[in-house]
Design a protein around this ligand. Structure first.
Ligand code: ADP
Ligand code: MG
Length: 255
């Protein structure tokens, strides 16, 4: 489904200098898989998600991103989203004056114009319920006045409503209480039960791993993936810290 090869990206500093953030990411996801990304703060995890979606904040300086067999590096963000890549925000913004329904219906129409308004509403209502939000959220301005937890739930309801194929969920579990975490996890599991879909979850916390079951685990360091394995890798990181899985000197030397 997704094949990323030697992906490098940088951001321009204030005085025009280029700061390299991604230094050669190799990453492959097949339909039906669930990938967990771990990594120290500032190692490039969020940047990776944004570069996948073609954020204009970053310049992709080399490498390829193939999604569903097509090279998408030159595509606009909306085109990548239309193809089925969904990126959840680490801090979901609010949009004054625009309801959640308007935002999601616009996205829905852009990606699947065959759905009737009736069907769209039905799916949106079910998705809200699954994510643990009341139907009031349909007409409310998107995330305006919403708590952090409600915003994360709205990200999951949006994912389930617009029918993406690949979900990149950036710290979707941060700041959630245990009940909200269970709701969000149920939403993620509903999405990943469809074996045509795939999930990439960035998370620091061990708690969410009680509710979701990644099939692959990766560790980011210095803008690239430096370790890959199964759940034993996540367990090792959580019990021993990153020092337990990284040869950090090698990692730092390669920066
Ligand atoms: P992570 O998600 O792994 O914590 P990020 O991808 O957010 O890390 O950031 C990686 C590094 O790139 C950090 O040092 C961060 O400050 C820097 N960075 C990310 N985006 C920008 C930006 N738009 N402008 C300047 N620096 C950035
Ligand atoms: Mg981040």
């Amino acid at each position: 489904m997704l094949q990323v090869t030697n992906l490098k990206a940088s951001v321009s500093g204030n005085s025009g200098e280029k700061n390299i953030i991604l230094r050669g990411v190799d990453f492959r996801v097949n339909a039906g898989e669930f990938h967990l990304i771990l990594g120290v703060n500032g190692s490039g995890k969020s940047t990776f998600g944004k570069v996948l979606l073609g954020s204009s904040q970053y310049e992709q300086t080399s490498g390829t991103i193939e999604f569903l067999g097509e090279e998408i590096s030159e595509k606009e963000t909306f085109e990548r989203a239309q193809m089925g890549i969904f990126l959840s925000h680490q801090s979901p913004p609010s949009l004054e004056g625009i309801s959640a329904k308007e935002v999601l219906r616009a996205a829905d129409k852009a990606s699947n114009d065959k759905r009737t308004l009736f069907n769209f509403k039905k799916i949106f209502k079910n998705s809200l319920q699954l994510a643990g939000l009341s139907h009031d959220f349909i007409e409310r301005e998107l995330n305006v006045g919403s708590s952090g937890g409600e915003r994360k739930k709205m990200e999951i309801a949006s994912l389930l409503t617009i029918g993406a194929k690949l979900a990149f969920l950036d710290e979707i579990d941060s700041g959630l209480d245990v009940d909200a975490l269970k709701m969000v996890s149920t939403g993620i599991n509903t999405f990943s039960e469809n074996k045509e879909n795939a999930v990439i979850l960035v998370s620091h916390s061990e708690t969410i791993l009680k509710y979701v079951k990644p099939t692959h685990v990766h560790v980011f360091c210095g803008g690239r993936i430096v370790a890959t394995g199964g759940m034993e890798l996540a367990k090792k990181v959580h019990s021993e810290g990153y020092g337990g899985v990284l040869d950090c000197e090698t990692c730092i030397k390669s920066l």
